[in-house]
Design a protein around this ligand. Structure first.
Ligand code: TPP
Ligand code: MG
Length: 324
């Protein structure tokens, strides 16, 4: 999704549309999972859509990204086809990884998506390596890593940031701080309030961003992306946000304060973006309803396509698994 930098009517509508498509994808997957029709685990991105959409709106189509276990939104925002995504979630042959990756390992190299990843924090080193390749090849591309708050406690996160700093790599680290690592609140897994402060230890900028405000995310991302592409090195963007559901489907999230949860729900990124569109008189209620209706139609058709897709044949079992 490439749109101009200025937030005009068309741009904001495009951002809203992609957020609605991600939310509708996630809620459709949620219902399907609860019917027992989807194997594996699903970590829903609902509530965090403004981050993927805001960042992706200032990337070039062939820039790289790597993401984590909560990665559906990143692929959709980068242009991933929802039919092939549902097929992947169902383990079908038409999926992005021919059904072998599933929710946590969706990748599409043609879109620059180096993969979701079930290993917490692995996306950090993968994006850092990709950024090194971009610099080495002088191809003008950059890499972005999307990671969670808890994954910034891994040793490899610090090693990667140090190297990225020393080599001035064209990389942006986007921390999606939803304030929990599974059931552990941030206050119990680190002693600092702003994860952006960690960038100071490596001598590059760290910024705190309202992760539920797509315009704020886009503005901060534009600056970080320009710095990376212009040879200025990395940036750490900490986007404060909240997941609507538990860590994965099946986690009732009883460890969260219901009052805090309700307060965050009022700041749902879709609600904030719809308000921004209404207050500028850029969209009527009918416009917003039409966007939702289109997303509903898309996801029904995408799920239907995925259900009809065949399972991979047995002789495909080891294809694309080993490299000679
Ligand atoms: C290396 C590693 N350690 C632990 C786990 C188990 N695990 C899966 S998700 C998760 C928490 C991740 O929290 P955060 O990085 O904040 O991302 P969020 O789920 O909140 O988006 C953990 C500990 C794992 N998958 N990989
Ligand atoms: Mg988290």
């Amino acid at each position: 999704m490439a749109v101009g930098r200025a937030v005009d009517r068309e741009t904001l509508l495009a951002l809203y549309r992609t957020m609605v498509r991600i939310r509708t994808f996630e809620e459709t997957a949620h219902k399907e999972f609860l019917k027992g029709e989807m194997p594996g685990f699903l970590h829903l991105y609902s509530g965090e859509e403004a981050i993927a959409v805001g960042v992706m709106s200032v990337l070039e189509p062939d820039d790289y990204l790597s993401t984590h276990h909560r990665g559906h939104g990143h692929l959709i925002a980068k242009g991933g086809d929802t039919k092939r995504m549902f097929a992947e979630l169902l383990g079908k042959a038409d999926g992005f990884c021919k059904g072998k990756g599933g929710s946590m390992h969706i990748a599409d190299i043609s879109l620059g998506v180096l993969g979701a990843n079930g290993i917490v924090g692995a996306c950090v080193h993968i994006a850092t390596g990709a950024a090194f390749a971009c610099q080495y090849q002088k191809n003008g591309k950059i890499a972005v890593a999307f990671l969670g708050d808890a994954s910034t406690n891994r040793g490899t996160f610090h090693e990667a940031l140090n190297l990225a700093s020393i080599w001035e790599l064209p990389v942006v680290y986007v921390v999606e701080n939803n304030h929990y690592g599974v059931a552990n609140p941030q206050s119990e897994h680190m002693r600092i309030k702003d994860i952006a402060d960690r960038a100071a230890g490596y001598g590059f900028p760290g910024v705190v961003v309202d992760g539920n405000d797509v315009i704020a995310v886009r503005e901060a991302a534009a600056e970080a992306v320009d710095r990376a592409r212009g040879g200025g090195g990395p940036t750490l963007m900490e986007c404060k946000t909240w997941r609507h559901w538990g860590h994965f489907i099946g986690d009732a999230a009883t460890y969260r304060d219901p009052v805090e949860h309700e307060a965050w729900l009022k700041r749902d990124p879709l609600i904030l973006c719809a308000e921004a569109l209404r207050s500028r008189e850029w969209a009527t209620e009918e416009d917003l309803e039409k966007i939702q209706a289109e997303a509903d139609v898309e996801m029904v058709a995408a799920l239907e396509f995925a259900k009809k897709s065949p399972y991979p044949s047995k002789d495909e079992l080891l294809t694309d698994v080993y490299v000679d």
